[in-house]
Design a protein around this ligand. Structure first.
Ligand SMILES: [Fe+2]
Length: 228
């Protein structure tokens, strides 16, 4: 089984994963997956808290996969060795907590997932570089190129697209009250270009702290969706 949800921000937004809100997990094993759509926040650099967050996910009845959001310690994430997993590049944070890197395509349980984390922080003027904000929140030129190369190698066709922020046009079509998180940038425009160029069943994204659907585009925050 594969489930997907929105931002967890370390311990701040992880109540949705308790057994009352997510009772399905009781039947799951480490062969099942929960994917967090960025702002995972468990690799933040506060050793005690990071250890507690990762240990808690280790105890859960599923393997945790996450793409990165903007609110991650990107320098610390980048310090983990890069490994190959299910066809794409990952950082293995612990036995069952895995960071799905940008521009990759993974095959999991017969389904293909294109992953492209990152987003621009709209609160960066209130944050300190290297402590609470990292320039690597936005993809590098190499990551954009790798994304396009991998999509091309897969015939520009995947089952699911997983990102932290949304294509710009999709976001303006969605009825989202929280304008605070919106920004127009290279990544949101890149996603606009992917919409007509890539064949996909569903596109899931987090970041905006709201749940909303528009056709095959799904904005997740508190909601946990099962991929069938
Ligand atoms: Fe975010």
């Amino acid at each position: 089984m594969i489930y997907i949800t929105g931002d967890t921000h370390g311990m701040i937004d992880w109540e949705k994963l308790n057994t009352t809100r997510f009772p399905e997990q009781k039947q799951l094993t480490k062969d099942d997956y929960l994917i967090i759509l960025g702002d995972f926040g468990g690799v933040w650099g506060d050793d005690g808290e990071d250890r507690y967050v990762i240990k808690t996910y280790e105890k859960r009845n599923f393997t945790t996969l996450f793409i990165d959001g903007n609110h991650e310690n990107h320098d610390l994430l980048d310090s983990f060795p890069v490994e190959e997993w299910h066809g794409g590049k990952i950082h293995k944070i612990s036995d069952s907590v895995i960071h799905l890197m940008r521009g990759q395509i993974f095959e999991i349980d017969g389904k293909t997932f294109f992953t492209m984390g990152g987003a621009e922080s709209t609160d960066k003027q209130y944050r300190k570089e290297g402590e609470s904000w990292w320039a690597r929140e936005m993809p590098s030129i190499e990551e954009y190129e790798e994304a396009l190369d991998n999509l091309e190698m897969h015939g520009c066709k995947v089952d699911y697209i997983l990102t932290h922020c949304a294509p710009e046009k999709t976001l303006s079509d969605l009825n989202v009250p929280n304008m605070y998180f919106r920004s127009s940038n290279k990544l949101t425009k890149f996603f606009d270009q992917l919409v007509p160029a890539v064949q996909f069943k569903d596109w899931y994204f987090g970041h905006y702290h709201f749940n909303s659907d528009l056709g095959k585009f799904h904005m997740l925050y508190s909601r946990i969706v099962e991929i069938t």
